[in-house]
Design a protein around this ligand. Sequence first.
Ligand code: ADP
Ligand code: MG
Length: 862
Amino acid sequence: MPAETTPMKIQYNTIKAEHPDCLLFYRLGDFYEMFDEDAVVGARELELALTTRDRGKPEDEQTPMCGVPFHSAEQYISRLIAKGYKVAVCEQMEDPKLAKGIVKRGVIRIISPGTVIESSMLSEGESNYLGAVYLNGGRGGCAFADVSTGEVCAASFEKNAVTHLLNELSRFRPREAVLSAAAGKSAEIRDMLDKRLDCRLEEAEGLFDPGQAAERVSAQYAADASALGLDENALPALGALLGYLTEAQRGNMSQLRRPDVFSRGRYMELDASTRRHLELTENLRTGEKKGSLLWVLDKTRTPMGGRTLRSWVERPLLSPLAIRRRLAAVEELYRDNVGRGELMELLRSMGDIQRLTSRAVYGTANGRDMLALGNYLSLLPELLSRAGKYKSAMLTGLARADALEDIALLLRRAICDEPPFSVREGGILRTGYSEEVDRLRDLRQHGADRVAELEARERERTGIKKLRVSYNKVFGYYIDVPNSAGATALPEEYIRKQTLVNAERYFTPELKALEEDITSARDRIEQLEYDYFMDVLRQVAQRVDDIQNTAAAVGELDALCSLAEAAVRNGYVCPQVEVSRRIQITQGRHPVVEQMQPDVLFVPNDTHLNDAQDRVAIVTGPNMAGKSTYMRQTAIIVLMAQMGSFVPAKDAVIGVVDRVFTRIGASDDLAGGQSTFMVEMSEVASILKNATSDSLLILDEIGRGTSTYDGMAIARAVLEYCADPKRLGAKTMFATHYHELSVLEGTLPGVRNYNITAKRQNGKLIFLRKIMPGATDESYGIEVAKLAGVPDAVIRAASGHLRELTEKGAAPAAKEKVRSDQVSLADMGADALAERLRGVDPDSLTPREALELLYELKKLSQ
Ligand code: ADP
Ligand code: MG
């Protein structure tokens, strides 16, 4: 390490020492510079040239350095954040021209994935959460904040905290999280954050200290923890969150709203795999929004609306009253096509009030941001008065939001129509806002006029018509005399400033004096405009609570319109939501499948589940018949109803469920290193542990991942457990290819068989997609194998084997039912055969392999 001598480098080192975990962006004139190790990292990650400040010295004494221009810093910072770094932004805290000695500098913000407010680093319809996770034995709590919108939530869990925390994490998907030491030790929590959510982690036990947490909370909200509803589990989490933000935002946190504190009871908790399987906000295959429920429902017009709707989809409600409140509002908008169209048209012109306001609070907003905010706010009176025409409690409540006319007026008066990007160059304020600025602008204009006069006078005096007075940033004002003018003798006040190839440049004492007047007027204007602009930001910041409340109301209005619009376009009905244990759906449809295949007619199906005769539905049918679709559609319709949405059906009565659990298909969790069967069983275990008699369970082909014997035994035992009111007694839909399970109808109360039919027609298999009472006795496995392209020779062989088995009276097609507690081995053979065939990709088989397969199939069938 070279000895540090310059005062600047000493200052740098002091600041850097306070932020060892950050890359320090050190403001130096028009650049942010990085030094030493930071410079090496920065140059590598941003592909910048690595240079040095002290070129004269021997190489090992040189300080590595690299820099980015301050006006394009945002894009570089966002690249570093995306790569998982934290950036500390260190600014000049005084005007370098006025500074005595070294310019004072300080870190004004620390930017990390969870603390960004720059719109270029955020995606519009999504929240950007910072999380804090607290664990204390079986108890725990969590808190989340989106600093770009001011939203804050906290939750507390008395027991089984890890499970609940995992569910909350998968719902909020924080980009960054602070963990208490115990939370950091939980492999499950770490895995979820690190592997599944790609979240930046920081362990900081110190931040979770309950005493300090209480102090921070009461300083932020001027209310004590219990008044805010924070208990001993939620308080340390929220305290840690505030502590982390205080450090990152340098105490500037007035945009954070009061925390929405929820324990179990307000929102439906959904586990990560149920969310994924039901494709609520992203599709299972690519993780994109397209093909998800949110994609179907999202007709929002504003970023606030987009975020609100997403949060509704992620958090279905539990209280029938709260659900009906939303449904009543959606219904009014549903019925009023004209009014809704006009509302949506107005919303279309509305932008991101929440994030613009947050930038005002931080002081990072520019003139264009405030112009836009003013324009958006000026739409509010009309928007709110339109909302006020409706009768439902929710819409009338939203219409009462503050229309913020004073702020709109302030911004309209203060900001001109075309403010520049920079806030330091003047040109932001509208004429008439400040007398002083106007007067200085006159002076400056007057100066410009005087320059023009001077030019005319000099042309006259020298007789050189091509003489011009010009300006550039480096030389200031000068008199330009082209060589072509052939000037011989110029007045003696002319002092040569610069010689170019085809011109000479001069100045005169008069021009110099004029320039000083103009420059000082400009400097004064720039400073004054900056001060006024900062004052505007402060006035906006003072109303931050009201603005954010109104912005939230706009978001809800937009989300309600969106649900109504989707209902009209897609032909949904208003569900009847009640406190009961029945689910009665007439002609239900899968909202996503029907949209993804517009040219295929979706076949609607009924669902009847209740607490008595129809508790458990066993669904059988050939592969590809539509079993999974049917069961998912039931779950999604229930969730949609509890979100306050209309549903794709002819009629629906939904007794509110406390949770929906799914276990669907072969899990693709190979990355996690667990076998499919292990994943399947741990999901089943978690479902059986956490479900109650008020839950809805969707169990799709349980037991598939193991040998047929084991699989069937497990499937049956799970079914018995679910059906038995003394044990679980939950509404359950159960798809299975173990036809043997159909004997449970009639043996176990509340169990019903259903099947989805297919038929053979001219040797072809036709799927009817219609759910019927009763069990199937044909699996059409071979037809499906044929559909999938298994070579004819193999199909023929398989058919032969199946015939043999059937003749022996062992195949499922045989009318004699297998006794419920016994499974015949031959029966297993047919199943194993179909199973083996299912796994075959005929296109990848060599002729030799195909032959071997045939031998293998033959062996399997014996
Ligand atoms: P299974 O689980 O019985 O193997 P799926 O539920 O996966 O069958 O359905 C297979 C395909 O059939 C789906 O991808 C969908 O395209 C189509 N499908 C399912 N149900 C219907 C329906 N009710 N109407 C129209 N197409 C359907
Ligand atoms: Mg299926």
